[in-house]
Design a protein around this ligand. Structure first.
Ligand SMILES: O=C(O)CCC(=O)C(=O)O
Ligand SMILES: [Fe+2]
Length: 198
């Protein structure tokens, strides 16, 4: 059932992003989606926009091997211990991607009106050029990359149960974002497995 070539890099240059398509079947993906909605300690995220702290509608959570401190959007969080579902999902994507991860940032977008602005995940706590594995559940959403110098765009649709892996120099040379859309009315959960440098 593997319709996708695991080695296809969707970026034309200066980085490596592999889109594997769905790696979990639709029924299982739906069960995981419901369990993640229910069992994860979701919290509102803060963002600083024009110097003002705002509470985003999008919710986040941070899990890991140890209570790693992780700073993003200028807030610091301590990682919670893995849940049963997160351990299972981590094993699936470690096998698929041939990489290991020690932490996971989770995002809950209640509808298409919530998204994430252009950024790259090159925070100093993250392993330099480490792989970031993004697993998606719930509503399908468009995901975009923009080359920092040439501004070239690349777009991919993140399906239910799909895996996308960003690695190499991707974070140095490319931004990514989840654009908001009025077309999507249902929630989406995204997990980005990462490696914190210890
Ligand atoms: O929701 C997504 O697909 C991406 C999330 C993301 O880029 C991040 O958490 O850094
Ligand atoms: Fe990101």
């Amino acid at each position: 059932m593997d319709l996708f070539n695991d080695d296809t890099n969707i970026l034309p240059f200066d980085g490596e992003v592999n889109y594997y398509g769905p790696v979990i079947n639709q029924e299982k993906a739906q069960v995981y989606f419901e369990k993640l909605m229910e069992n994860i300690e979701w919290e509102n995220d803060k963002a600083i926009i024009f110097g003002k702290t705002i509470i985003t509608k999008r919710k986040v959570a941070w899990y890991g091997d140890k209570p790693f401190e992780y700073t993003y959007s200028k807030t610091t969080k301590s990682a919670l211990p893995w849940t049963k579902e997160l351990i299972e999902l981590k094993e699936i994507i470690e096998k698929k991607s041939g990489e290991t991860y020690n932490s996971c940032l989770l995002n809950l977008y209640h509808s298409g009106e919530e998204g994430m602005a252009w950024h790259s995940d090159g925070e100093k706590d993250l392993k330099k050029n480490g792989a970031i594995a993004s697993l998606s559940f719930g509503a399908e959403r468009k995901f975009l990359f923009k080359h920092k110098a040439s501004k070239q765009n690349v777009s991919v649709i993140l399906e239910k149960g799909s895996l996308l892996v960003m690695k190499g120099t991707t974070q140095t040379n490319w931004l990514h974002r989840l654009p908001p859309t009025r077309k999507v009315k249902t929630p989406r959960v995204n997990l980005t497995f990462r490696t914190i440098d210890v």
